[in-house]
Every structure is written in structure tokens, then in C-alpha cells.
Write a new protein. Structure first.
Length: 382
């Protein structure tokens, strides 16, 4: 409780500094909020609904920006085997700072610093763990963590029609109590590097290739090794079209993960015999049409395929394949120079094959929908 109280005090101080800077210097300020509603049901008589209200402030002046993001979520699951569970709680608060240090350099260079303040929910009771759901089902799948610090550095340069960039970052993740059974949980730190190249074939067509690599250090519980996530690789490409009132984009990407380290009978970490994460392939197609100067209509289709992992179907760590398809429509409108809004409606269907990990489950079929409303207020030169 003492740490939660000190975190709230720190948040109040940061918020006060944020608004003092906002009113003391001429700058641009964006305030964004909205309402997200997610719903899903499966063929095993389980269902869930989650309502989420995000609040975001962004302060921009000259070559730097400062952002604050937080929110509140209400989550309810009616589980066929584990009963009904409900959680209403504030989410973690994220502070984002970026500074453009490109001046006098022959290329663009951006420094970033992201902080996570633990204002969300941790230390779950055993019966509450059912509320932590798959990110393919709901928008909020993590209700809280510890203090996190993530410095990043991004460089970019342009050669005629070619633009390329590379970024690196290191995420330090602090210790916290995950649940009653997992106290003093110290998640591993993360090193991330990414790169992208984009080429403009013409004024209306451009293509891009991108990729990133992520390395994880060991997770620990009570100063003892607990788990070691395998390395993560992502490769992708995209094609974009932009002309007058039309904007369209197609992106395909693949994700591969290496073997992880898990606890053996002696309590130490051992590299697993096969990959517990299947390879992923995903595609996104979006088409936007500008109806008039203030209104844009939007649509998108997304597909995801996750292959079965490397274990045999009778192994304790076997996870079968997953297929998910999503379709959505929406619209955004500029009501005034200071006020913008948008609405999005999407639906999905997802099929999971049989799995033995983390628990034995028969094949499942999910159907779900999301309704999203957002509002942005802009203040310039205040």
C-alpha cells in the first residue's frame, strides 16, 4: 500500500509539472479520450465484456514532446468452468518524452524515454487470474506492472525517393507482486532493435520493408530464475497508395520465436526441447476514402495464422494452431479546428485447435466485436 501511495503522489507531481509547462510556454497540446467496448463469446459457454476509457495528453514544443497516457478499465468474464469474475481498476500510467537532436547533423536523430508508473492492478488473487485474457480477445490484457524505464534512439536518412531508419531501445522492468502465489516477480529486461526502408516509386505509390529483433533477459521470482523468453524476430513488407481522396495500404508480416528456457526438475532453467510458440503470419488491408474536407470513411480487413508449436499432440506443452479474421468499418470527422472525433466498429472470428498448455483445452471457436469512440481536442500556440 505504501508503494501505491508514493506512486500516486509521484503521478500528481508529474501531472502538475506537465500542466505548468503547458501554460508557461507557447506550444501545441492535444487531449484525447474515448470509449472502447470489447465483447467475445466461445462455443464452451464462456464470454466476456471489457469497457476501457483511455485518457492521453500530448504537449509539443519546438523539437521535443511530452505525453501522459492512463485509463480506467472494467472487465467481466463469465467462465464456464471458473465462474464469474469482475475487475474495475485504473491502468498503469505511461510518461513519454521525445527530443529531436537532428540539428547540425546530416541525418535525423530522435531520443525517446518512456516510463511506466504502477498505478494499475497487480497482486492478483488466484480466482482473479481468469480476468487476464488473451490479447487477441480484448484490448487490455495487462492491468499493471512495476516501474519500467525505456530509453530509445532512432536515426533516419533520406536519399531521393528512399527513406531508411534504424532504432534501438532497452527496457528495464522493475519488480512487483504479480499474484498471491508469485510475489517479488522480476520480469526480464528487453533489448529491441528495429529497421525500416521505404521507397517512393511515384507520387502515389510507395513500398516498405521492415523488421525487428528482441532479446529478453531471464524472469526471476524471489531472486531465483523462473523463465527465459526466447528471442523474437519479425519481418514484413507493405505497399501503400495515396491519391486525392483515396488512401490504401497492404501489409504482410511474419513472427518467429526461438526456444525458451523453462524450469527443470532440479529447479534450474533448461532450454525446452521444442519451440513452445508457433510461427505467426499476419496481413492487414486498409482502405480510406475522404468524403469531404472534414469527413473520412475507413475500412480494414486483418488475418492472422499461428502454426502449432514444435511439440507433439500428446506432449504436455503442445499448443495447436490459431486462425483469426477481423473486419472493421469506421469514420472520422473534424468538427472544428480544435475538435476531432471518430468511431470504429469491428468484428472477428477466431478458431483455436486443441492445446495441453498452460491447461488442457479442447478446440474452441470465438466470435467477438469491438466498438470504439475517440475524441481529440487541440490547442495551438497557447
Amino acid at each position: 500500500m505504501k508503494r501505491k501511495t508514493s506512486t500516486v503522489k509521484l503521478l500528481l507531481i508529474i501531472t502538475a509539472v506537465f500542466f505548468y509547462a503547458a501554460v508557461s510556454y507557447a506550444a501545441d497540446i492535444d487531449v484525447q479520450t474515448g470509449f472502447n467496448l470489447d465483447y467475445w463469446a466461445d462455443n464452451q459457454d464462456s464470454k466476456a465484456v471489457q469497457a476501457h476509457v483511455p485518457v492521453e495528453f500530448t504537449y509539443s514544443r519546438k523539437n521535443y514532446s511530452l505525453g501522459l497516457l492512463t485509463g480506467y478499465a472494467n472487465t467481466r468474464i463469465e467462465h464456464a468452468d471458473k465462474g464469474d469474475r469482475t475487475l474495475s481498476h485504473m491502468l498503469d500510467t505511461k510518461i513519454n518524452f521525445s527530443y529531436d537532436i537532428s540539428k547540425s547533423l546530416p541525418f535525423g536523430l530522435l531520443f525517446g524515454l518512456d516510463l511506466n508508473l504502477p498505478t494499475g492492478k497487480t497482486d492478483f488473487k488466484q480466482e482473479e487470474l481468469a480476468l487476464i485474457m488473451d490479447p487477441d480477445l480484448v484490448s487490455i490484457s495487462s492491468f499493471g506492472e512495476g516501474y519500467n524505464v525505456n530509453p530509445t534512439l532512432t536515426a533516419a536518412h533520406e536519399w531521393g525517393g528512399l527513406v531508411a531508419g534504424i532504432g534501438i531501445g532497452y527496457l528495464w522492468r522493475g519488480e512487483y507482486d504479480f499474484s498471491e502465489a508469485v510475489e517479488d516477480y522480476d520480469p526480464g529486461d528487453i533489448f529491441n532493435t528495429s529497421a525500416e526502408a521505404r521507397y517512393f516509386f511515384s507520387p502515389v505509390w510507395n513500398g516498405r520493408v521492415f523488421g525487428n529483433y528482441v532479446w529478453y533477459s531471464k524472469d526471476r521470482v524471489g531472486c531465483e530464475d523462473f523463465y527465459h523468453e526466447g528471442d523474437y524476430y519479425q519481418l514484413g513488407m507493405g505497399l501503400n497508395y495515396s491519391r486525392t481522396k483515396w488512401l490504401a495500404g497492404l501489409t504482410v508480416r511474419s513472427i518467429f520465436r526461438e526456444k525458451s528456457g523453462t524450469l527443470d526438475a532440479g529447479g534450474g532453467l533448461k532450454t525446452e526441447n521444442s519451440k513452445s510458440r508457433g510461427d505467426e503470419w499476419a496481413g492487414d488491408l486498409s482502405i480510406n476514402y475522404q468524403l469531404d474536407d472534414e469527413t473520412t470513411l475507413k475500412s480494414f480487413i486483418q488475418g492472422l495464422h499461428v502454426s502449432k508449436n514444435g511439440y507433439s499432440a500428446d506432449a504436455s506443452r503442445f499448443i495447436g494452431r490459431r486462425e483469426k479474421y477481423t473486419i472493421g468499418i469506421g469514420a472520422s470527422r473534424e468538427f472544428t479546428k480544435q475538435l476531432e472525433g471518430g468511431v470504429t466498429l469491428k468484428g472477428f472470428t477466431m478458431r483455436d485447435a486443441e492445446a495441453n498448455f498452460p491447461e488442457t483445452k479442447s478446440g474452441r471457436h470465438y466470435k467477438g466485436a469491438s466498438f470504439i469512440v475517440n475524441l481529440t481536442t487541440k490547442f495551438s500556440g497557447i
